[in-house]
Ligand binder design. Structure first.
Ligand SMILES: Nc1ccn([C@@H]2O[C@H](COP(=O)(O)OP(=O)(O)OP(=O)(O)O)[C@@H](O)[C@H]2O)c(=O)n1
Ligand SMILES: C/C(=C\CO)CCC[C@H](C)CCC[C@H](C)CCCC(C)C
Length: 317
């Protein structure tokens, strides 16, 4: 795979950040409508492949990495330290987020249903936003995935009543039944783990799927409960307001996440076609979420999984 070395004509800080990270570029030089341009200089232009293909750029040499004392072992040690620190920080963030909403609910400053949905919306989106703080090593995704894994174990322990945490149960379940933790919340963290492990930062599939599950489905619930008077003809449990809210929020949050990752150099997208593709994903996910199948297949599975399939078919990676 031909490697190219790229630098961005962005602010010096962001350019410096990128020089230390993998910068991926498509082999197909796509016009970027965003407000930065990618100046790539490489021994020779990469072959233009028929398919949309990503190139992994090497670490650009810096003053530190060019010094005689710099060794691959030192780099590996630094990456492991960075990933361990990032994992600890995200784990702490997850614990504090749930604790904060648990406290707000306990003090009756926020209703339980709204608290649960805000945790649903924020957890996954903040998790995806945190991925760039992990190193560029090949094991970074495993460190990141350990955060939903720890929460998965936590949900199983409390869901099977092997230990008691009334605050957690109250803030994450509809009826306060610990076994509920083994359904929606457990599927949710399993999807977070899947997105980090399989798709990570190099593919739009993971971030778009999380945007639809967390942002789209979460906002649909909040708006639908509050304003959803006109129900869907084929599903009296869901409403037009809820579904339209899911489409709009899922679309906008997906675009926002893709812009975030392209601004950091992980993705290079043709925004005209990207907007169309994301709209398709949002439409399909909204239709699936509106179907009367929640009792058989939880939304926390159906929405992200259909989003993964449609995004993969649309973007090709
Ligand atoms: N397209 C949608 C989605 C949700 N809702 C509203 O939000 C509520 C919960 O939606 P649902 O998708 O069932 O969310 P759950 O994940 O099951 O919510 P929870 O587990 O918090 O009950 C529905 O009863 C409905 O009032 C809606 O009106 N239209
Ligand atoms: C109630 C929920 C889903 C039901 O629809 C959300 C469950 C949330 C998990 C228990 C906590 C998940 C935490 C994430 C893995 C990491 C978040 C890190 C971020 C920095 C806050």
């Amino acid at each position: 795979m031909l490697a190219t070395m790229c630098t961005l004509s962005l602010t010096p800080a962001l350019s410096l950040l990128l020089r230390r990270r993998h910068v991926h570029r498509s082999a197909v030089d796509l016009p970027l409508s965003s407000n930065f341009s990618l100046h790539c200089f490489s021994p020779k232009p990469p072959p233009t492949l028929p398919l949309h293909f990503l190139y992994r750029a090497p670490h650009a040499p810096t003053a530190r990495t060019s010094s005689p004392s710099f060794t691959p072992r030192a780099a590996a040690g630094g990456a492991l330290l960075q990933d361990a620190g990032a994992t600890a920080a995200v784990l702490a963030g997850a614990y504090c987020l749930v604790l904060a909403f648990d406290t707000l609910t306990e003090r009756k400053l926020i209703k339980q249903k709204l608290s649960r949905k805000l945790v649903h919306i924020l957890s996954g989106l903040l998790f995806a936003i945190s991925w760039p703080i992990f190193s560029t090593s090949n094991v970074a995704r495993y460190f990141a995935s350990s955060v939903p894994l720890v929460n998965c174990l936590r949900l199983v322990i409390y869901g099977r009543s092997l230990a008691i945490d009334e605050g957690l149960v109250k803030s994450l379940t509809r009826e306060g039944n610990p076994e509920e933790l083994l359904r929606g919340p457990l599927y949710y963290v399993l999807i977070l783990m899947l997105c980090a492990l399989v798709f990570w930062r190099e593919s739009p599939v993971g971030v778009i799927s999380l945007a639809m599950m967390c942002g789209g489905d979460g906002v649909a619930d909040i708006m639908g409960r509050r304003f959803g008077l006109i129900k869907l003809p084929y599903n009296r449990q869901k409403s037009w307001v809820g579904s339209i809210s899911m489409f709009i929020s899922g679309f906008l949050i997906s675009i926002g996440m893709l812009y975030y990752y392209s601004a950091l150099g992980y993705l290079r997208l043709n925004w005209m076609s990207t907007i169309q593709r994301v709209a398709w994903v949002a439409l399909v996910a909204t239709i699936v979420e509106s179907l009367p199948t929640t009792e058989t297949v939880d939304d926390n599975l159906s929405v992200p999984l259909i989003s993964m399939v449609v995004t993969y078919l649309s973007f090709g990676f």
